[in-house]
Design a protein around this ligand. Structure first.
Ligand code: GTP
Ligand code: MG
Length: 325
């Protein structure tokens, strides 16, 4: 499960978005953490098809910290997340999205510069005047951050990145820009092509309604894709995650793995034994399976591929792992 931290200037609507996403009330003054199910219509189709007893969606945990980056505790919480969602206020007459985004980004840079510099100081003391190996990645990070380059864009060596993980820099994390929009408006172009839009306030209002009622109200406001789906899709794409599925009589389930992962690594997400004892995976794409109508039909028509340990898992693959431990 991945953790997504909501970041933004005060009153950008982080807690409102949190409420909308998690359908849980966001209490003021403390970190709000909630696990949400990742909506995936494929799960219901597969559950019906295979008469699964159980359906398990992938999950994402959202973290909303009050006081933003000015609070040490807030920053500490954010260092633990897998991705940052930068919530930018696009509602109200005084909204200025691009400068606000620039502010949030420079706060992130500054927060990182502080931890890097303090780690560098300690390393310098330990080095007693000599340049030691531990100082090298820190110095590179310092230089990048001082030049206002986020660490994810600093073309650091993989080895440096591993060294820096100890201090969990915020600008090393994947980031998505979320425009918190006023009813009837679109994502402002000035936020760049990757920005996703949500209507946090309307969606938060529907958080306590019955699903039917909520949908009707959202449609009235022209909200076709719920904020949860928009935000999760943007985060998955930023973290570079794909979803693969397993299905059978016992359960139908969605799993996440990094894009580019091979079959054994993906199998390891299900259980470490499956990676350790991986023999082969029987694979069919979701669309192909739906076209076949059932696993049984797919088998009968020879549509299930047998893939080995070098197979790169694709989005929507349905996997059946053969293993021995
Ligand atoms: N009109 C409008 N108001 C909103 C929207 N989103 C949030 N608000 C209001 O803006 C105010 C601040 O929202 P919060 O969600 O508390 O903001 P926050 O980012 O959590 O603020 P801090 O926790 O103080 O950093 C509240 O009064 C919300 O009702 C929106 O989309 N439209
Ligand atoms: Mg808040």
């Amino acid at each position: 499960m991945k953790d997504v931290g909501l970041v933004g200037v005060p009153f950008s609507g982080k807690s409102t978005l949190f409420t909308a996403l998690t359908r849980a009330g966001a209490a003021g003054g403390q970190a709000n953490v909630a696990v949400v199910q990742v909506p995936d219509p494929r799960l219901d189709v597969l559950t019906d098809m295979e008469h699964s007893k159980k359906t398990v969606a992938a999950q994402v945990r959202f973290v909303d910290v009050p006081g933003g980056l000015s609070s040490t505790q807030g920053v500490a919480k954010l260092r633990e997340v897998d991705a940052l969602a930068l919530v930018i206020r696009c509602f109200g007459t005084d909204a200025s999205p691009a400068p606000e985004l620039a502010d949030v980004r420079s706060e992130l840079l500054l927060a990182d510069l502080q931890v890097v510099d303090s780690a560098l100081q300690k390393a310098t003391k330990r080095g007693k005047g000599k340049t030691t190996a531990e100082m090298v990645p820190l110095q590179k990070a310092h230089d990048a951050l001082s030049a206002e380059t986020p660490l994810r864009a600093a073309s650091l060596d993989p080895a440096d990145v591993i060294e820096l993980r100890g201090i969990a820099p915020l600008t090393l994390k994947p980031e998505v820009v979320i425009a918190n929009l006023e009813e009837g408006t679109e994502v402002p172009a000035e936020l760049g092509p990757g920005a996703a839009g949500v209507y946090a306030s309307i969606e938060a209002e529907t958080a306590e309604m019955e699903p039917e009622e909520a949908r009707a109200l959202l449609e009235e406001f022209g909200v076709t894709e719920p904020g949860l789906e928009t935000v999760i899709a943007a985060c998955y794409s930023a973290i570079d995650l794909i979803t693969f599925l397993t299905t059978g009589e016992d359960e139908t389930r969605a799993w996440e793995v990094r894009r580019g992962a091979k079959a054994p690594e993906a199998s390891g997400v299900i259980h470490t034994d499956l990676e350790r004892g991986f023999i082969r995976a029987e694979v069919i794409g979701y669309d192909e399976l739906v076209a076949q109508g059932s696993m049984e039909a797919a088998k009968a028509h020879g549509k299930i591929r047998v893939e080995g340990k070098d197979y790169v898992v694709a989005e929507g693959d349905i996997l059946h792992v053969r293993f021995a431990v």
